[in-house]
Design a protein around this ligand. Structure first.
Ligand code: ZN
Length: 644
C-alpha cells in the first residue's frame, strides 16, 4: 500500500490541495495560513512544507501528510481518502487482494458471533429463570421493556462456560474466535472460560448499528462493578459512544448532544424522550469522539455531578492548565468530572452541574422537567471554569483578586475570538471589582516592539501595592530602578540572580544578555539605567551633579525615583523589596520572549524551527519553574505578614 500512497503524494501538490481549504501565503520555502483545526485569527500558525509534502500547526500541533489533512478536514476514513486522492492523482488502486477478503470475512464472523451472543443473553434476561434477579434489578431501576428491546439488554449467566458452550454449539465457534471477539479468556493451565459472568449486559453498537462489544454491570457486590469488552478488531472504546447509534437522529434534529457517565443514565434519558443523550465508555472524551459528535452537532453539554469531587477535579486541572499555556488545548471535563485536554474542538461546550450526589438516571426518573431545566441552564465551559477556579477565593481582598487573575490568565489568553475574550475580561473585572484595563493588561501584556512602546499609565504607588500581582508593571520597574540607584548593592544582587538563571539554560543564553536593563520596558527607565551604569561601577561618583547633566524629561523622572518613592527603613528590606520587584519582571521578560519566539516560528524556515522550538521549550519550563516567587532563606518574607 505504501507504494500507492507515495505515488499519490508525489503527484498531488500539497500546497494547491490545502489551498482549496485554507488561504496560504508563501513565507520562504514554506507556506503559512490560519489553521483549520483550531480557531486562530491572530498569527498564522499553520505551516505547509512542500519539500517534505507535510504540514504542521505550531498552535495545535496538528500535522501530517495530505492524507491526514483530508481525513481530518473532511472527517473521512483513510480508505475513503485514499480513493479520493488516488482519483485526483490519476493513480490506479490495486484491486482487493485475497487477504483483504479474508480480513473482511473474519470481521463479519466476529460480528455474527457478537450478535448471536446478544440474542442469547437477551433471551436469558427475558425468559430464563437464571435471569430472574437481573429482571428484578432492571425493574427496580425502572427500565421499560421497550428500552430493554431497543438497547438489546441481556444477562450473562453466572457460570464459567455457559456462553462459550452456547456459541460453540450454535455457531461452531472456536475458543480462539471467542477470545478474538472479547468474549472468552484463556486459562493459564489450559482451556477457556467466559469473560462476562453474572452481569447485566449492555451491547455496544458502532455507527451502523452493528454490535461490536459489551459493557457488563455486576449484580451485587462483584468486582469490577463495570466490565467492558477488551480492545478487539471491532471494539475500540476511544471511537465508540454508548447510545450514539440509537440517538443519532435525535442529536442531529436537536443540534445538541448531552454527555453523561453511565449506560443506565443514557437508557433512562432515552426512555423519557431525551434521545440526544450518550455516554463514553468509562473514559474521557477523545479526539475521535469529538470528531464523531462534530459530524452531528457542534453543541455539546456535559452533565457533571455538582458535588465537591467535581469541583476538586476542576481545580486539579489547574496544573495541567499551566503546562498547556502555549498550546491551543481546551480543557474538557468528562462526564465523570475528570479533566482532559483536547485540541480545540470546533464545538460549543457547556457544563450542566447536577445537584450533589444525584445521577442523571435518578433525576430523569424523578422529574423529567428538572432534567430539561438543568440542561437548559448549562453554563458555557468558560463560565464554569471562572466559577470553579475562583470559588475558594476571597474576592474582596487584593490577594484573592490577584490570585483569581493569575489562575484565569492562561485560560483567557487561549480564547481565540477577541469578542469572546473581551466578554470574559469584563466578566472577570466585574467579579474582582477592578478596572477592565488592569485585567486586560494582565491577560495581554503591552506590545514590546522597540521604538513603538506606548507610555504606560503612571499611577502613584506605595511599595505594598508593588507586591500585588494586579498592580501595574510600570510601578515595579520604577521601584526597582529607584532601589538600584539608591542602593548600589541591589545591582550585584540582581545581576547575580540573572546570571544564575542563564547558567541553568543554554537556550535562554541565546536570548538574554543578562543585563538588568532588559527587565525594563519603560523607555525612561532603560535610558536612565543605561546612563547610570555607564557612569561608573557603582553609578556616578556624584549623583546630584550627574543628574543635572541629564535631559530635562529624564531629570524629572530621576527626581521622582529618588525622592517620591518609598524609602525602605532597613537595609535588609532593600534586598527583599528588590527581589519582590525582580521576580515578576523576569517572568514578564520570559513571557515576552515566549511571544516573540512563537511569532518567529511562524515565519521561520524549517531548519531554524528546531532551534526556535528548543528556545520556546526552555522558556516554558523557565516560566513554570519561576511561577512561584522564590522565598529568601535569610529574610523574613513579608508576604507572610502583609495584610492587604
Ligand atoms: Zn492548529
Amino acid at each position: 500500500m505504501s507504494q500507492v500512497t507515495d505515488q499519490i503524494k508525489e503527484r498531488v501538490d500539497i500546497v494547491s490541495l490545502i489551498s482549496e481549504y485554507v488561504p496560504l501565503r508563501k513565507a520562504g520555502r514554506t507556506w503559512t495560513g490560519f489553521c483549520p483545526f483550531h480557531s486562530n485569527t491572530r498569527t498564522p500558525a499553520f505551516t505547509v512544507f512542500p519539500d517534505t509534502q507535510s504540514f504542521h500547526c505550531f498552535g495545535c500541533k496538528a500535522n501530517g501528510t495530505i492524507f491526514d489533512f483530508v481525513m481530518r478536514r473532511e472527517g473521512l476514513e483513510f480508505g475513503e481518502v485514499l480513493q479520493q486522492l488516488a482519483q485526483r492523482a490519476g493513480v490506479e488502486l490495486k484491486p482487493r487482494t485475497e487477504k483483504d477478503d479474508q480480513e473482511d470475512a473474519r470481521r463479519a464472523r466476529l460480528g455474527e458471533i457478537l450478535s448471536a451472543t446478544a440474542r442469547f443473553w437477551t433471551h436469558l434476561l427475558l425468559r430464563s429463570p437464571k435471569g430472574a434477579a437481573a429482571r428484578e434489578y432492571l425493574d427496580g431501576r425502572g427500565i421499560s421493556a421497550e428500552m430493554i428491546e431497543s438497547f438489546q439488554l441481556g444477562y450473562a449467566p453466572n457460570e464459567w462456560s455457559a456462553t462459550l458452550a452456547y456459541l460453540n454449539d450454535r455457531l461452531n465457534a472456536t475458543p480462539e474466535e471467542l477470545v478474538a471477539a472479547g468474549l472468552a479468556l484463556e486459562r493459564e493451565s489450559s482451556g477457556y472460560y467466559d469473560r462476562f459472568r453474572g452481569r447485566i449486559m449492555f451491547p455496544i453498537h458502532d455507527g451502523r448499528g452493528r454490535i461490536v462489544g459489551f459493557g457488563g454491570r455486576a449484580m451485587g457486590d462483584a468486582h469490577p462493578k463495570y466490565l467492558n469488552s477488551p480492545q478487539t478488531d471491532l471494539f475500540d472504546k476511544g471511537r465508540l459512544l454508548y447510545g450514539l447509534y440509537q440517538g443519532r437522529e435525535a442529536i442531529r434534529a436537536a443540534d445538541h448532544v448531552v454527555v453523561v457517565e453511565g449506560y443506565v443514565d443514557v437508557i433512562m434519558a432515552h426512555q423519557h424522550g431525551f434521545r440526544n443523550v450518550i455516554a463514553p465508555m468509562g473514559t474521557a472524551l477523545t479526539d475521535e469522539h469529538a470528531a464523531l459528535l462534530n459530524k452531528l452537532t457542534h453543541r455539546i453539554t456535559l452533565a457533571m455531578d455538582g458535588d465537591a469531587a467535581g469541583r476538586t477535579a476542576a481545580l486539579r486541572g489547574l496544573e495541567t492548565l499551566r503546562e498547556h499555556l502555549d498550546s491551543h488545548a481546551v480543557p474538557v471535563p468528562t462526564a465523570s468530572g475528570m479533566l482532559r485536554w483536547e485540541r480545540e474542538l470546533s464545538a460549543e461546550v457547556r457544563i450542566a452541574l447536577l445537584p450533589p450526589g444525584r445521577d442523571p438516571d435518578d433525576i430523569v426518573r424523578a422529574d423529567p422537567q428538572q432534567w430539561a431545566t438543568l440542561i437548559d441552564q448549562a453554563q458555557p465551559l468558560l463560565d464554569f471554569y471562572v466559577s470553579a477556579l475562583t470559588s475558594d477565593l476571597d474576592l474582596t481582598g487584593a490577594r484573592g483578586k490577584a490570585t483569581a487573575v493569575e489562575r484565569l490568565q492562561p485560560l483567557l489568553e487561549q480564547i481565540g475570538d477577541p469578542v469572546m475574550q473581551t466578554h470574559y475580561i469584563q466578566k472577570l473585572a466585574a467579579l474582582i471589582d477592578a478596572p477592565e484595563q488592569i485585567v486586560r493588561d494582565a491577560i495581554q501584556p503591552r506590545s514590546s516592539r522597540p521604538g513603538k512602546r506606548r507610555e504606560p499609565p503612571q499611577p502613584q504607588a506605595g511599595p505594598r501595592q508593588v507586591l500585588i500581582a494586579l498592580e501595574q508593571e510600570a510601578q515595579r520597574e520604577d521601584y526597582l530602578l529607584s532601589l538600584l540607584v539608591r542602593h548600589p548593592q541591589v545591582r550585584s544582587q540582581i545581576e547575580e540572580a540573572l546570571r544564575d538563571d542563564l547558567a541553568a539554560s543554554p537556550a535562554l543564553r541565546e536570548l538574554w544578555s543578562g543585563e538588568i536593563g532588559e527587565l525594563f520596558e519603560r523607555v525612561e527607565n532603560r535610558v536612565l539605567w543605561d546612563a547610570w551604569r555607564t557612569a561608573g561601577p557603582d553609578g556616578p561618583p556624584d549623583p546630584a551633579h550627574w543628574a543635572t547633566t541629564l535631559p530635562p524629561e529624564l531629570q524629572e523622572h530621576y527626581d521622582r525615583l529618588i525622592n517620591a518613592m518609598n524609602q525602605p527603613s532597613r537595609t535588609y528590606k532593600v534586598s527583599h523589596e528588590a527581589q519582590e520587584c525582580f521576580q515578576p519582571l523576569r517572568r514578564r521578560l520570559a513571557q515576552r520572549w515566549s511571544q516573540r519566539i512563537g511569532q518567529l516560528i511562524d515565519i521561520a524556515q524549517s531548519e531554524e524551527q528546531e532551534r526556535l522550538l528548543e528556545q520556546a521549550m526552555a522558556l516554558t519550563s523557565y516560566l513554570r519553574m519561576s511561577s512561584e516567587p522564590r522565598r529568601s532563606t535569610y529574610f523574613h518574607d513579608s508576604r507572610d505578614s502583609l495584610k492587604f
